[in-house]
Each structure stands twice: as C-alpha cells, then as structure tokens.
Design a protein around this ligand. Sequence first.
Ligand code: SF4
Length: 424
Amino acid sequence: MNAPTQITGAVTPLRERGQHEVFCGLTSIVWLHRKMQDTFFLVVGSRTCAHLMQSAAGVMIFAEPRFATAVIDERDLAGMADLHDELDKIVARVIARRPEIRMLVLVGSCPSEVIKLDLAKAAERLSRLHGPAVRFLHYSGSGIETTFTQGEDNFLAALARELPAEEPGAAPSLIVAGALADVVEDQFTRIFNALGIGPVAFLPPRASTALPAIGPNTRLLLAQPYLGEAAKALEARGATILPAPFPLGEEGTTAWLGAAAAAFGVEPGRFAAITDAGRSRARAAVARHKAALAGKRIFLFPDSQIEPALARFLAREAGCDIIEIGTPYLHRGHLAPEFALLPAGIPVSEGQDVDRQLDRCRAARPDLVVCGMGLANPLEAEGLATKWSIELVFTPIQGYEQAGDLAELFTRPLTRRDKLAADL
Ligand code: SF4
C-alpha cells in the first residue's frame, strides 16, 4: 500500500491521481445564488446537469430559484449552428420574466457541445444585446475541470475581473473573499467596524451592483481555502493577500482577524478588548463538545479543500487525532499558515485515488470519516461513523459564534454511532 507522506515542516503530500468522487463546480451555484440576490446562474449543459442542480437544490425549498439549465446536448453539427440563437432566446426569456436580475452568469459544463461553444463570446454578445442593465459573466463549472468549491473559485475569478479600479491614492481598504453566510458576514462586519478597519467589502457581494473597487491599496483576506484562481485574479488587479489561517474555531478566527488588524495598524490592546468576549464564548462553546471529541481518530477524504483548516481546528481545539488529511488540491501558499499550526507528522494526500484511500481508511479504523456523500453510505455500512464534507460548506461554521456549531457537526455522527451500538 502506498502511504501518504509524513509532513515535517515543508508540505510534501502524497499525490493521488486516480478515480475521484467529488461533486462538480455546478454545485456551488446552490450557495452562490442564495448569496447574490440580483444574480441569475444559467447552466449551459445537459440533462445530467439539470438533474444535478435539481437534486442539489432539492434540500432547500425555493419558490423560484435564480438558476436554470439550458439543455443543449444531444445535437448534431447542424444543430450546433443555431445554438447561439437558442441561448439568446433563453436569456431573453429569463430577463423578461425576472426584471430584478442585474447580473446573468453563463456557467459552462462538460458535454462536448458545451466545450465547443465559446461562452466568452456569448457573454460579450449578450452584453451588447442587454447591457448595461444586465451584466454578463461566464465561468466553467465543468466536472472535468472543477470540484464543487472550485466552481465558486472560478466564479470569483470572473467577478474579480469585473471590479472597478480604485481611485489613485485611495485609502487602504479590505476585501474579504469567499462566500460566507450572511449571519457570519454581519458578525465580522461588526468586529471590523469596532476595530476601525475599513472600508470592508465582501466578495461575492450581496448585490452585483455593489462591486468593490480594487487596486494597490486593497488588502485581501481569504475567508475560504479554495480560492486559488480568484486570489490570482485579485492579486493581478493589485490587491495584496494578508496571509492567515482560516476563520474556523477560536484560534483560527483570532489569527484571521489579527492579520487584518496588523495590516490596518490596530493597537494590540484594542484588538484584545474587542475580541476577548468572542474568544471566550467560542472557547466555552467548543469545550462543551470536548469530552465527545478528545482523542477521537479522524480521517479526512479530499473533497472541499477545507480539510487542512478543519484538521487544524479538530487537532488543536477539540483534541482529536488526525489520521490523514486528504485535499483535492493543496495551495501551498494559502495553506502555509494552517500547516504552521498543525501538529507535525500528520500524513497529507493531495488529489484523489478512492480505492487506495479507502484501503488506508479501512486499515486505520478511524472513529470518524469526513468524506463525500458517495463514500459515506458504504463506510457507514462497514460500521464507520461519517460526516458529509459538503455539509461543512453549506453550514455557517466561520467565526467565534459558530465555533460550537462547528464542533457539534463532528460530535453528532459520533453520538449517533454510539446510540446505534448501544441499541444492538
Ligand atoms: Fe454537468 Fe459535468 Fe457536472 Fe455532470 S459533471 S452535472 S455533466 S457539469
């Protein structure tokens, strides 16, 4: 069996390149369209894509969701010719029915017909037809190129190119990149205001008409670990990244806020005065779950790219033993502050080779496996407790007030397994 590399200082993970079982980038539309209230996501794809979108969103009730699928597969070459006309008709229909829409995003997918279609050109043409009332963007959510969190990454990279340039000599400003639940965003806004940090903008914004300006005076704080392309695009516009761990748990949140505080010259005494109460609440909330989590052996499959930050929280704040951290892609720069905090020697694997990872997982018999939905059922059937990693993307887990909820997401499957064992 091929063993993942032990990390000692520098990150040198085992690279896995085999069969993978991860949702494609279209899935991110489910949380992105909730976030941006004036934006419509039009998937240009196949019936499979339409089905995925329906079932992914099926967990939520929508009167009229702001996304749809233009089904364009099953065509011959002659049919390809009028594809653009058809796309134009669908877009015109969406805009007529939804006059509140200010941004329409064309999302590419896998079918070969879609790959042949130039969505950049389509977006340009549609801008000429409908602009400036509606802004058109495009990105790829194809399962060939993206996992579910990379869909958001590609979208934010497209959005980064649309941001207006800041005025020359503008005062320093902060952009927080990565979709956060509104409740989390509001909490962070209150803390940034109290610290005197600002102006602060969140990306994606709640309205496409409120795109923040960007330039050399913009500081960038990443709220999510999966923003490789978006960060590159934002840096290309002049922004400077503030390196920090991600805002998970008391420690991660404090270090993340601390990076912004240091960049904006906040006095340490003021920082402590503003954050102390939140830190205590977070510590107390996690402590309530510590008895259930301490010493538990946890195996994380690669799914969302959040895995190293989750492992850091579980190891350092909840007292768990991490057996392996899998991540579909490891951005060494963005994740360096996480690895600086992680206990040395935890095996890390990058990419996915399901069968080999399953072998290692089964051999280790962990107390809890964090994995995709496809792996959860078979592992549960083998008596292993599992946590769906996608839940950790859908649930508000960042910040002080959510630290307890984050810990609870891991205690729940353990409690359920103990109950099942007691009932037998
Ligand atoms: Fe559509 Fe490809 Fe995603 Fe399947 S993997 S739903 S074909 S984009």
